[in-house]
Write a protein that binds this ligand. Structure first.
Ligand SMILES: NC(=O)c1ccc[n+]([C@@H]2O[C@H](COP(=O)([O-])OP(=O)(O)OC[C@H]3O[C@@H](n4cnc5c(N)ncnc54)[C@H](OP(=O)(O)O)[C@@H]3O)[C@@H](O)[C@H]2O)c1
Length: 343
């Protein structure tokens, strides 16, 4: 089997570090892996496969110099906008974790468990986009239920961890908690979030748009339509909570047909990369503490609506840095390689 030269852009970020960990955990066919970040980090190291990898500075030339064939970008939208085209020009496929190319009509937006066939459209732009973290775990859950019962509407409220906003946001929560125990929380700084995050919940992720929803909420709407290839009425309320890792979502799903919770549980149990944790009598249900460092999406609290037989409620949790970013990107790369090998 051919081995590939891989670049990880944003290698010392929250997502980049996770990509490196996953590449070393699984049997990924790499010839070499290079770590790229800004000039601020060049010369520092990141861990890869038990060794220290020296970070190189991201330049437009480096992809050709290093003969890169697959590049996984997670260094922010403006970095992808500036450097991904140069990377494609150098002959590589770009798998982009940022929001920059997601809604571009010629760029496929892929969750391998839902629309793997869209990867075949990669060569229109040379870029495959990775959806938003909160979208990925949701559509993985929606797809098998939609196939069986046909969704007519989705309502979702999220409980999103601080790591969704990067390393500095996690540090902000930790610092604020330290300040709380030092009786000086009211003096604590907040930069990553507009409000205090420690001992608080913030019903705003990203900026507000004209319709009263935030950009994060509209990403869930628009990305779901693109991935599922049909418009399912969807309303989201995205909330930041003071956890470090693992996004949780309460979903209310309406279907064309009547749906039975026990049967729906079996449908989801057979779906790829979904684990059912749903034993209320044992007090077993999905929580961020269970999902951290896992590559699966955990589903529980599956129950019928008290009033309407066509409505189901459930609770979904996944590691946002893995399932919501790094794992999805690496799974896209694996599928891409599989397709190339079949040619
Ligand atoms: N966190 C999540 O759950 C998640 C999920 C899905 C998608 N994403 C997206 O992935 C991207 C990265 O997120 P993150 O959470 O990993 O952020 P992060 O922890 O803040 O890391 C950012 C990374 O990008 C690098 N970087 C920043 N500016 C750069 C530049 N001008 N040139 C080269 N490298 C640069 C940083 O390196 P330096 O240290 O050198 O600045 C660092 O390695 C964002 O676009 C985010 O929206 C994040």
């Amino acid at each position: 089997m051919k081995k590939y030269n891989v670049a990880v852009v944003g290698a010392n970020g929250a997502v980049g570090e996770e990509i490196l960990t996953i590449l070393s955990e699984i049997d990924f066919p790499y010839a070499k892996v290079i770590a790229l970040a800004s000039s601020r980090s060049a010369g520092k190291t990141v861990e890869f496969d038990g060794k220290d990898l020296i970070i190189k500075e991201l330049t437009k030339e480096i992809f050709e110099q290093e003969n890169i064939e697959i590049a996984l970008f997670s260094a922010g939208g403006s970095v992808s906008a500036e450097f991904a085209p140069a990377c494609v020009k150098a002959g590589a496929v770009v798998i982009d974790n940022t929001s920059h190319f997601r809604m571009d009509a010629d760029t496929p937006l892929v969750v391998p468990e839902v629309n793997p066939e869209d990867i075949a459209l990669w060569n229109k732009t040379g870029i495959i986009a990775n959806p938003n973290c909160s979208t990925i775990q949701m559509v993985q859950t929606l797809k098998p239920l939609d196939t069986k019962y046909t969704l007519t509407r989705v309502d979702v409220a999220t409980y999103q961890a601080t790591s969704g906003a990067g390393k500095s946001a996690m540090e902000e929560l930790v610092h604020q908690m330290q300040d709380f125990f030092a009786f000086k929380l009211d003096e604590s700084e907040h930069k990553a979030f507009n409000q205090q995050i420690a001992l608080n919940v913030i019903p705003q992720i990203d900026l507000f748009t004209e319709n009263g929803y935030t950009k994060e909420e509209m990403k869930m709407v628009n990305e779901t339509t693109k991935i599922m290839h049909r418009e399912i009425p969807l309303s989201a309320t995205c909330v930041r909570v003071p956890t470090l890792r693992g996004h949780a979502e309460a979903l209310t799903l309406s279907f064309e047909q009547e749906v039975n919770a026990d049967e729906a549980r079996e449908v989801l149990a057979k779906a790829p990369n979904i684990v059912i944790l749903d034993e209320p009598e044992e007090e077993l249900y999905p929580m961020p503490s269970i999902a951290i460092d896992k590559n699966e999406t955990f589903v529980g609290r599956i129950r019928n609506d008290n009033y309407d037989k066509k409505i189901l409620h459930l609770f979904v949790v996944a590691d946002n840095l893995r399932v919501g970013a790094a794992t999805n990107a690496v799974r896209i790369a694996q599928k891409f390689i599989e397709m190339q090998e079949k040619k």
